[in-house]
Design a protein around this ligand. Structure first.
Ligand code: SF4
Ligand code: SF4
Length: 176
């Protein structure tokens, strides 16, 4: 069954996917211009973005997310170049995180946020990004239960991943 409160319970318990370890900002996922413009239209005074250098750790992280696409990653995010990421406060909390969760309407949130904790590998298989701090994953050990708890279907995850790939400059599917 869908569990609309799992993320709220996760937030009450401790750090969530909306928080980074302070000092680890450079590994935050990139926000494309397309995503950023849509968010600014909806939340005009947020100021919730930061320009970030494409550091070696950031690029290494993208290599892990897009294995086999090192050349494309370097072309889209050249070493020393810049990209936008979400801005965080001194505790590592995303500036869009309000007292009742994300203040950005769901359909406009960064695609990475909408997908989390799901990802899709180069063979089109749905995978999980991070286990440690995700209460939904702790409470739902099978993929079927996790999809239901987070209110997503496999088709929606694939569609969101494909949209993210396009927004970030990749081909819609790994084998395209
Ligand atoms: S944009 Fe919203 S969902 Fe994404 S990290 Fe920030 S608060 Fe969380
Ligand atoms: S997706 Fe996972 S880590 Fe993020 S708020 Fe929900 S339960 Fe927590």
């Amino acid at each position: 069954m869908s569990d609309p409160f799992v993320c709220a319970r996760c937030a009450a318990k401790g750090p969530t996917c909306c928080e980074l370890t302070p000092g680890a900002e450079e590994v935050c996922f990139p926000v494309s211009e397309y995503e950023r413009e849509r968010i600014i239209e909806c939340v005009p005074d947020s100021g919730g973005f930061a320009l970030q250098v494409n550091t070696p750790i950031f690029i290494e992280n993208l290599f892990r997310l897009f294995p086999g696409q090192r050349k494309k990653v370097k072309e889209l995010f050249p070493p020393g170049g810049m990209h936008y990421r979400l801005e965080v406060d001194s505790n590592g909390k995303c500036l869009f995180l309000g007292s009742e969760g994300c203040i950005i309407p769901k359909e406009v949130r960064p695609l990475y946020c909408r997908l989390f904790p799901f990802w899709t590998d180069e063979n089109g298989r749905i995978t999980l990004l991070e286990v440690e701090k995700c209460l939904a994953q702790h409470e739902n050990k099978t993929p079927g239960r996790l999809f239901k708890a987070l209110g997503l279907t496999q088709a929606e995850v694939r569609e969101l991943h494909s949209r993210l790939r396009i927004a970030w400059g990749f081909a819609p599917h790994a084998d395209d």
